[in-house]
Each structure stands twice: as C-alpha cells, then as structure tokens.
Design a protein around this ligand. Structure first.
Ligand code: ASP
Ligand code: MG
Length: 409
C-alpha cells in the first residue's frame, strides 16, 4: 500500500476553516487507499505568541521550560486535526512526539532526532486509521520534552517519511512551491518544477524560508521524495529530488535573501594556533549557529576574524565574544543592518564566470559588497540591509531567471 506523510504548516491550519480544509485533503488521500501520516505545526502564529508570553514573564526563559511551553502549540493542533478528521468520517488518532518515542538528544530548543519508534504508527495504519503526529517536538531518554528549533515540523515530517519508507513527504504551505526568488521581492520569479536536494539545502540555509534546511538534509540522506505544495490551491508544486545531469545545464536555479543578519568582527587578535578554536568553541558551547566565517592575516602577529549570525542571536553572542576579547586580546566590532544575498545552482560546478556575472550585476545596481563567501554551488554576498531586495532583483534579472531556460547554454 502507498504511504504518504503530509505536513501542514501553521498558515495552512491557521483557523478552523483551514483545519477543516486540510482535513478534507487528508481524507481524500486516505479514501484513495493510501496510508496517511499527518504532521502538523502549531496553528497560525501560536508559537510566536507563546514565546512572547515567556519573554514577558522572564528576560531569558530557561530553554527546558521554553520547550515545555512551545510543545503545547502542536498538541493543540494534533487534537483539532483528529477531531476534524473524525467528524468527516475518517478514523484518526493523534500522538505527541513522546507518545511515538521521537527520541532526541538533550539540546533544548535545537534538539536532534536520534530515533523514532514506528510500531504504533504501523499498527494504526494497518487498522485503517490516519495517524496525526505533533511536529517540532521529541523526548530525551530521560523523558524530557524537547523541540527541534523553529520551523522544526518539517524535520519531523521528513524524518517520519524516512523511517516509514513513505512514498512521498508532502509539505503543505502558503506558497505554490519553490520559486527562483521570493515572489514578494521579485514579482516575476518563476516556480521551479523540481530542484535538487543540494540546491534546496543551500536555498533553505540562505533564507528562502520554505523548508527547514535540516529537513532537506534528512531527505537527501534517506532519499525521501519531498513535494512542496500550496495548501489552499491545486497545482504541481515543486519536487525536491536527486540531482540529474540536465540540472547542471542551468547556471543558477534561485536567489535567496536573508534580510537581516549581524556580523561580529574580532580584529588585532593574536595570530597563533588555538585562537580561532577558542572563539568558535565558546560560541558552539552556547549552541549558536555561525554562518560565514572570514579570517584574514593582517600582520605576521595579528589577524582579523569575522563571522555572521542571525540578527536574533546577536544578544547571546555579544557577552561571549566580549569575554573572549578580554582573555585573548583583540578589538570587537558588531555590525548590524546587513543582509545576505545568495545565488544558488548546481550548474556552478561546471560553468565558469558565474561569480563575475553576479558581481557585475551588483556593480551596475551600484551595490557595495562587504563580504563574499562561496561553496561549490553557492555564492553569497553580504551587503547593506537597505540594498537587499534590489540586489536580489538585480541578480535574478542578470541570470534571466524569470524566463524558463533562459540561462541554459
Ligand atoms: N510551531 C513551530 C514554529 O513555529 C514549528 C513549526 O512551525 O514548524 O517554529
Ligand atoms: Mg514552517
């Protein structure tokens, strides 16, 4: 029997009508004789509201208690979804992460899944029931409730699809698929029929916001077919798939914008073994994700190290780097008001001149580049926040992304 995992994000179940509509879609799949496992996020902006409340009662909510609180959001939606399905005559049962043993490590607020017990899910499916699982949450060996990080329901869905060996993992959201750029920034952006896991990972990590990057990695590792679709519209959506040779004919698949990042610069730090390790160990211990890292040798004895982080993480980073500077020496500068624009495409592996073309487009738009970083299939520039959208548009136009196939050679 075919098995599919369907995940509904917060906007797709934002109110009672939308929950009922999502339930009808689930029922239709079940009636087409599929086993269906549904993963839901918290309704609408419920998680944001819980975080606001936590911050009102205390300045820095302890992570364990924050996870305890945030996990309640998804518990509300699984129950409502089960009720909606049952009232449509579709047998369904809801489970929290703990109830189906989604075991994680102990990193509260950014836990990683270690294992999932699928026995209960399989039994329910065999009995003809739709299984509804709370996204974003798990439990540690000791039974502590953890969450996987913001947007983590995607990870739950793809992980479940992997362990259940599902035929597809459908992610329902409020956009019609993956576009060459966010259509709110570039109105003539085009929907992509398919995109490789690698490209999707880079797009997701550099700000596309459509799917959690860790969910893409999970999908890539276990070969889960991921299908991103609009929850309120019919349409083909976008398939995230294994790279095919034809994909390399296209120079750039998409442009992503991270509208607000912060940059931390440590200058005149001693240029000797162990300093960089000390800096990044201290930051890693605080579970803060560092983005682009740039180090330059300034003199034989001193170096400059800079790195970017999410704007929201700056408050946590600051005291750590301040105390580091006091210990190892060096001057600290923190820049805010920066954005990062990235061009992504597997075609870069086999074509020269992509960077030159991108920089030329930015020069013509009179946009100054503060930093450049690259990977095998991505070029990112850090620029002024005010230039973010113009830069995305300029790059999108330069590579003719609005015209299907325009950048084929
Ligand atoms: N409700 C959680 C969040 O808002 C998880 C998710 O939506 O995927 O981050
Ligand atoms: Mg989401």
């Amino acid at each position: 029997m075919t098995m599919i995992v369907q995940k509904y994000g917060g906007t797709s179940i934002a109110d009672v009508d939308k929950i009922k509509r999502a339930a009808r879609r689930v029922c239709a799949a079940r009636r087409a004789d599929c086993d269906v496992v549904v993963v839901v996020s918290a309704v609408g902006k419920a998680t944001d509201r819980l975080i606001e409340m936590a911050e009102e009662v205390c300045d820095a909510p302890p992570r364990r208690e924050l996870d305890m609180l945030l996990a309640t959001g998804e518990q509300v939606s699984i129950a409502l979804m089960a009720m909606a399905l049952q009232s449509d005559g579709c047998e369904a049962v809801s489970y929290t992460g703990g109830q189906i043993a989604i075991r994680t490590d102990t990193a509260f607020s950014s836990a990683r899944i270690r294992s999932i017990d699928v026995q209960r899910i399989r039994r329910d499916c065999e009995a003809g029931r739709v299984v509804i699982v709370a996204g974003f949450q798990g439990v540690t060996e000791e039974g502590e409730i953890t969450t996987l990080g913001r947007g983590g329901s995607d990870i739950t869905a793809v992980a479940l699809a992997a362990v259940l060996d599902a035929d597809a993992c459908e992610l329902y959201t409020d956009v019609a698929g993956v576009f060459t750029c966010d259509p709110r920034i570039v109105p003539n952006a085009r929907r992509l029929d398919r995109i490789s896991y690698e490209e999707m990972f880079e797009m997701a990590s550099t700000g596309s916001g459509i799917i959690h990057p860790r969910a893409v990695l999970f999908g890539m590792k276990y070969g889960v077919p991921i299908h991103i679709r609009h929850s309120q519209q019919e349409g083909e959506g976008t398939y995230v798939v294994q790279e095919t040779p034809a994909m390399e004919d296209i120079l750039i698949s998409g442009v992503a914008l991270k509208p607000e990042i912060g940059r931390v610069t440590l200058s005149i730090v001693p240029h000797k073994p162990g300093v960089v390790a000390a800096v990044f160990s201290a930051i890693a211990e605080a579970d803060i994700l560092v983005d682009d890292i740039i180090q330059n040798e300034i003199t034989r004895d001193t170096a400059t190290i800079s790195f970017t982080v999410e704007h929201a993480d700056l408050a946590d980073v600051k005291p750590i780097v301040e105390s580091l500077c006091a210990k190892v020496g060096g001057e600290l500068t923190i820049d805010v008001g920066l954005a990062k624009v990235s061009a992504v495409g597997v075609g870069m592996k086999s074509h020269a001149g992509v960077a030159a073309k991108m920089f030329q487009a930015l020069a013509e738009a009179n946009i100054n580049i503060a930093n450049i970083t690259t990977s095998e299939i991505k070029i990112s520039v850090i620029i002024d926040k005010a230039d973010g959208e113009a830069a995305a548009l300029a790059i999108h136009n330069a590579f003719g992304l609005d015209r299907s196939g325009a950048c084929r050679e």
